[in-house]
Design a protein around this ligand. Structure first.
Ligand code: OGA
Ligand code: NI
Length: 372
């Protein structure tokens, strides 16, 4: 008889065993090969200043965004408009959440990917053969009022304000804001930024500013709060193996610990955290809407033996019933139609069932392919 899984969450399993359990060891040949990673100086991906996005030099910023989407699929942004205290508050609450006792955290546990609010581990424990070195809390957050009451009620700061003293230690000017809920404010601010970026991306393709956003229907927004505990043997496992994001655009907030790597010309490049900057990447839906002009790029997370790492990706998505198809203006004699129309729901189901693999889920929606 297989031994019962003692601890559903990785953080508690590690605390108990102190080594990489066999459930998390990748087969030889599918390991991170940590010596074979490019560590570039600077961020490793383009760093774009959004200061002028709504000013006279907008076209320059739009062009920089377009060129990053074409070549890297990834870039960082600074002066992005989300107040520093909101960003820092979000990271504090995230850490508080994962540092709560196991019994408290387990109240939110579920391995059903269809649940709108859940704490889980790895990626999809129902389908995968080897687990990943990650626990995560997944939250739907738009429209906020439909979901916020289901969010965790502990730590208390999750749905309400941070303790005033904590806020005071971040920035005295934020005292007035301390009455507002931290995670809700972060997700509202992240949505505003996602919409600004989607407008700039549409413009950079020569489309109407609102093209991508209106193609996404009522839209949806999910947040993951990722917790990667320190790992005694980082060479044996992944925080997340190579994957492409299925949504339209992802805004990643990370603490100061490295771990994200992106693929460029077949090599892995480390993305070094830059203070006050967010990492942005194009997901599969923007690739489809752009008729393959912009690329959704493979990325992965590696872990380390010294410190825990926290990251908070915001996944901005079409609504499930939105029909996604390449923009007409981007289909011509030189650029044939790359995808047949599909609903985001069909895409998302295919993504979760396929698991994280490097073969892109988009290929199943090429004009000559049938989805099974
Ligand atoms: C993701 C992801 C990166 C990170 O959750 O899809 O790519 O640094 N996360 O946690
Ligand atoms: Ni990702």
């Amino acid at each position: 008889m297989a031994p019962a899984i003692a601890k559903p969450l990785l953080s508690d399993l590690v605390a108990q065993s102190g080594q990489v359990p066999s459930s998390h060891i990748r087969p030889v040949g599918d390991r991170p090969d940590l010596d074979n990673v490019d560590h570039e100086s600077g961020a490793g991906i383009p760093l774009i200043d959004l200061e002028q996005l709504d000013g006279p030099d907008r076209h320059k910023v739009v062009e920089a965004i377009g060129s990053a989407c074409e070549t890297d699929g990834f870039f960082m942004v600074k002066n992005h408009g989300i107040p520093k205290e909101v960003v820092e508050g979000m990271l504090i609450v995230a850490r508080e959440f994962f540092h709560m006792p196991e019994s408290e955290r387990l109240k939110c546990y579920s391995d059903d990917p269809k649940k709108a609010i859940r704490l889980s581990t790895s990626f999809n424990v129902r389908t995968e053969k080897v687990s990943n070195w990650r626990d995560f809390l997944r939250l739907h957050c738009f429209p906020l009022e439909s979901f916020i009451d289901q969010w965790p009620s502990n730590p208390p700061s999750f749905r309400s304000a941070l303790n005033e003293n904590v806020y005071l230690s971040i920035n005295t000017r934020t005292l007035k804001k301390s009455r507002r809920e931290v995670v809700g404010t972060y997700s509202t601010e992240a949505r505003k930024l996602a919409l600004r970026l989607l407008e700039a991306i549409s413009e950079s393709l020569g489309l109407e500013k609102g093209h991508m956003v209106s193609a996404m229907g009522r839209q949806a927004q999910h947040m993951a709060v990722n917790y990667y505990p320190p790992c005694p043997q980082p060479e044996l496992t992944y925080g997340l193996p190579g994957h492409k994001d299925p949504n339209a655009i992802t805004l990643l907030l990370q603490d100061g610990v490295s771990g994200l790597q992106v693929q460029r010309n077949g090599r892995w490049v480390a993305v070094n955290p830059v203070p006050d900057a967010l990492v942005i990447n194009i997901g599969d839906q923007v690739q489809a809407l752009s008729n393959d002009r912009y690329k959704s790029v493979l990325h992965r997370v590696i872990v380390n033996s010294e410190s825990e790492r926290i990251s908070v990706p915001t996944f901005y998505c079409p609504s499930p019933d939105a029909v996604i198809a390449p923009a007409n203006a981007l289909v011509d004699d030189d650029h044939s139609l790359a995808y047949r129309p599909f609903t985001y729901q069909a895409y998302y189901d295919a993504f979760w069932n396929m698991g994280l693999e490097s073969a892109s889920c988009l290929d199943r929606f090429r004009p000559n392919k049938q989805v099974d």
